[in-house]
Design a protein around this ligand. Structure first.
Ligand SMILES: Nc1ncnc2c1ncn2[C@@H]1O[C@H](COP(=O)(O)OP(=O)(O)OP(=O)(O)O)[C@@H](O)[C@H]1O
Ligand code: SF4
Ligand SMILES: [Mg+2]
Length: 504
């Protein structure tokens, strides 16, 4: 998907919440409504003090936690390639969902009406309730509109349901055929390899190749049928092209996959695309597995190659070579390596499935500075080679400045500022970012410490301060800050801030 700044978006996260239940019915609000786009091919640096929710955000995007709320749209594959169940459910329940949305809308409007009649003081108190109502109505609308667009405004939904039902069925068929094609290709490679070794037969290779061709032809045919359905849908849309109400919702149409709505098996398929590199390479590597086994595990799990295939070793050695690991490490175990080498193994493991998006969570924080530079260079090189996108989480601002295209600053579960790396260093707008930058350590010794930059304790994410969560530590705080949550606004192209008193 291309956004208004002409950037290709790989992941679009909106209003993401991750709450962890703790004792006595209370929750830790580790992520409390985060909205960001991650562009294809960029390194997005994520910074903030310990406990602000960086790791949680990285893991929630990867759906390693079941996200509490919000949308995580992924554009690395098409909706049709996966044909998730939620597509079908949405189409089936369209009338019911629309009724529910209308009810939420009228509740919101009633609240808005009441709100406008209140004094400013009273408005502060009501603000949160209204905000929640707005978001609920918007989410209910988006879940439908992302699939059917302006059609939700059409009186009779039956023809819409019918045609989208067909789109779903065909997509499901194509998704299944893609799986068969992968298997057929693996079989063909197997047969060719056996023939090379003098063990197989030409007829086996031929029949495997025929199978690949056959499945490919079926995919092409189904895709053409899908194209026809698409033109039919466009024809259905044509009469509404001057209808402003219809067009308003048409804008929300979206080809992405909502990761948070996928079921276990659907998400499992996408795991291959979305990988994680951990901070502590030791505890994240299984001590009983050899380097070769660690690196090949993911490829086998995703049927990229057969378990017994002799070429597995060849592939593993190639990845090891890319990651600067000597071939004779293949049969060694994690405890036999230094921290830097173990991190290289962790990187090789993550890259083995040919991912599109990698979360690097404090990937160099545990390493000596000289080794840090090597690993950062390795990550940069691999990114160029494989066209990767990184979410680079770190508490070390000097690292993030060097490696990131853009930087997001988090505080107590929320994003408070986001901009191009150079811009944020040259022109920080949020008071918290400013404080972070003023506290950049100047010696190596200091840089190894956790970020602890301001007077006063970080409030608890179980019971965060009302209004702007930073108000208890902010030098510029006024009454509105204590009461009203500041909006997340784009103050300059590509520069977002949430603060009532932006100092631009
Ligand atoms: N599984 C969990 N259950 C309960 N609370 C959790 C869980 N994971 C994280 N938290 C809490 O959520 C908040 C955010 O934690 P998170 O690990 O995301 O922070 P972080 O920014 O990565 O910090 P650090 O820089 O120390 O790694 C913290 O208050 C943490 O205690
Ligand atoms: S909203 Fe107010 S308290 Fe929050 S950062 Fe801005 S000035 Fe400070
Ligand atoms: Mg962390």
């Amino acid at each position: 998907m291309v956004n208004k700044n002409n950037k290709e978006v790989l992941l679009s996260i909106s209003n993401l919440k991750q709450y962890f239940p703790i004792k006595k019915g209370r929750v830790v609000k580790a992520n409390d409504g985060v909205s960001i786009d991650i562009y294809k091919g960029e390194t997005f640096g994520l910074v903030g003090e310990s406990g602000c929710g960086k790791s949680t955000l990285g893991r929630t995007i990867l759906q390693l936690y079941h996200q509490t709320y919000g949308r995580t749209m992924y554009y690395g594959r098409s909706l049709e390639e996966l044909a998730p169940k939620y597509f079908q459910t949405t189409i089936k329940n369209l009338p019911k969902l629309r009724k529910n949305w209308k009810e939420l809308e009228s509740k919101k409007e009633k609240l808005e009406n009441e709100y406008s009649k209140l004094t400013e003081e009273q408005q502060f108190a009501k603000h949160e309730e209204l905000d929640t109502a707005r978001k609920l109505a918007e989410d209910a609308m988006l879940n439908m509109t992302k699939i059917v667009g302006g059609f939700i405004t059409v009186e009779d939904l039956t023809p819409v349901q019918n045609i989208y039902g067909k789109v779903y069925d065909l997509s499901r068929k194509i998704a299944g055929l893609h799986d068969s094609l992968q298997d057929a290709n693996v079989d063909l490679a197997d047969a060719e390899f056996a023939l090379d070794k003098g063990k197989g037969s030409q007829s086996k290779v031929d029949s495997c190749r025929m199978n690949v061709d056959d499945v490919s032809a079926q995919i092409e045919k189904a895709k053409k049928e899908l194209e026809n359905l698409r033109s039919e849908i466009e024809q259905m849309r044509a009469p509404y092209k001057n209808n402003p109400e219809f067009l308003k919702y048409e804008e929300y149409r979206d080809e992405g996959i909502d990761l948070a709505r996928l079921n276990y098996n659907e998400m499992r398929k996408l795991r291959r695309d979305l990988q994680l590199i951990f901070q502590d390479p030791y505890s994240s590597l299984n001590p009983r597995m050899s380097v070769g086994q660690i690196i090949s595990e993911g490829m086998q799990a995703h049927n990229m190659i057969k378990r017994k295939d002799e070429r597995m070793q060849e592939r593993v050695l190639k990845i090891m070579d890319q990651c600067g690991l000597a071939p004779y490490f293949l049969h060694r175990f994690p405890h036999q390596f230094s921290g830097g080498q173990r991190q290289r193994i962790g990187i090789a493991r993550a890259l083995a499935t040919q991912p599109k998006f990698v979360v690097c969570d404090e990937a160099v924080s545990a390493l000596d500075v000289s080794i840090q530079a090597q690993i950062i260079n390795l990550l940069q090189d691999l990114k160029e080679e494989a066209n990767l996108t990184y979410l680079f989480i770190t508490h070390d601002l000097s690292v993030v400045k060097y490696i990131s295209d853009r930087i997001g600053v988090m505080y107590l579960g929320n994003m408070v500022e986001l901009a191009d790396s150079q811009d944020i260093f040259a022109n920080p707008i949020h008071p918290y970012t400013e404080a972070l930058l003023n506290a950049i350590p100047t010696t190596e010794d200091e840089s190894r410490k956790e970020l602890q930059i301001l007077e006063g304790d970080i409030p608890s994410p179980v019971n965060p301060p009302k209004g702007c969560k930073f108000h208890t530590r902010c030098a510029y705080c006024t009454e509105i800050c204590r009461q009203v949550v500041p909006e997340w606004e784009e103050v300059r192209p590509n520069h977002f801030v949430a603060c009532h008193h932006k100092r631009i």
